[in-house]
Design a binder for this molecule. Structure first.
Ligand code: SAM
Ligand code: SF4
Length: 326
């Protein structure tokens, strides 16, 4: 069992398969032309398998594949199949563009739940956010995943001036379809032009929805990041991920491996531990994993507090989101 200095058991690993992406979301990818890591610097397929296996032996019960866009990695299907042998809940977060090519792979790997990112229901705005004219493809793939019986969570990053007037449209979607909308407060990362005025907070989102609907609070899973709700008689649900205004660090169980094999004990941690180099030189990485988690800060990587209006984004030390793996 992997425990940190505050007694939190860590049994959830998020693995980034690549820092490359077929989209260019403004809040995730820095403006300057991204130099994606050459593949020799990335964890190779057998290395991902072996390192994931070590985490599983140490008590990991859930693995999420992410990126960059995990489904652009050319060995994505092979990696999914390999990891499916472990006794974990295997899942992934994707922009959805290539999901239709993977339906069978997901099923064979026992994946039941998929998070798809979609920040707007308007094709033109989708282009403005992602720099790609792929709204229809993502929409169709969400419909396909729902039809094929997957539990589909839709990640919506909320930003003032971008999509806050679509909150009701997203909740309305849950009326007729079993989709699970997750409004995410905009978070600061290197190069993403974060400003506190752009955050649409948990309370603002909830107030907007309360002005239109009667809804109930659902029970949240232990270690959940999302606070879940349901409008009466709707098929789906909605949730809010309030990282900035009401962080959920006290029950955190998450660890991350970047695509280049660095371990991060928190999305906002300044430090990283180079597991891949150690693994390649034959070192035992298990004590390194334990030590990395022991050093975890109590909240938000020790970099800020929920008083997010006072954050100076230039003073934070971190990679961009696309390089960490969301
Ligand atoms: N490419 C995949 C996707 O878009 O779902 C997986 C990687 S992406 C980095 C993972 C999640 O992080 C997505 O839901 C994305 O919307 C979210 N994300 C990226 N940058 C963010 C930010 N600055 N604040 C909040 N969420 C962010
Ligand atoms: Fe790519 Fe996902 Fe980042 Fe958008 S949010 S640029 S789809 S990694």
């Amino acid at each position: 069992m992997i425990k940190d200095g505050f007694g939190r058991v860590h049994d959830y690993l998020r693995i980034s398969l690549t820092d490359a992406c077929n989209f260019r979301c403004t809040y995730c990818m820095p403006d300057e032309e991204m130099q994606f890591k050459a593949s020799a610097h990335l964890m190779q397929v057998d290395e991902i398998d072996a390192m994931a296996g070590m985490f599983v032996r140490m008590g990991v019960r859930k693995i999420r594949l992410t990126g960059g866009e995990p489904l652009v990695r050319k060995e994505a299907a092979e990696i999914i199949r390999l990891l499916s042998k472990y006794p974990v809940e295997l899942t992934l977060t994707t922009n959805g563009y290539r999901a239709h090519e993977f339906i069978q792979v997901f099923k064979e790997a026992g994946i039941r739940s998929v998070n798809v990112s979609l920040d707007t229901l308007q094709a033109e705005k989708f282009f403005a956010i992602t720099r790609r004219a792929h709204f229809q493809q993502v929409w169709d793939n969400i419909q396909l995943l729902v039809r094929e019986g997957f539990h589909v969570k839709v990640n919506v990053v909320m930003m003032k001036g971008m999509n806050e007037e679509e909150i009701i449209d997203f909740v309305e979607w849950t009326k007729t379809q079993p989709v699970h909308i997750r409004f995410i407060e905009f978070m600061p990362f290197s190069g993403n032009h974060w400003e506190n005025e752009k955050v649409v907070s948990y309370q603002q989102i909830l107030d907007t929805i309360a002005a239109h609907y009667d809804f109930i609070k659902l029970r949240d899973d232990a270690n959940a990041t999302a606070k879940k709700f349901k409008v009466y008689n709707h098929e789906g649900t909605f949730a809010i991920i309030s990282t900035m205004s009401a962080p959920f660090c006290t029950t955190c169980n998450r660890m991350r491996l970047t695509a280049d094999g660095k371990m991060k004990n928190c999305l906002f941690s300044k430090g990283e531990v180079d597991l891949l180099s150690a693994f390649r030189s034959g070192e035992d990485i298990m004590p390194m994993i334990e030590q990395c988690v022991i050093e975890k800060e109590e909240a938000l990587g020790g970099q800020f507090t929920n008083d997010y209006e006072k954050i100076d984004a230039d003073e934070l030390t971190n990679r961009s989101m696309i390089r960490i793996g969301g």
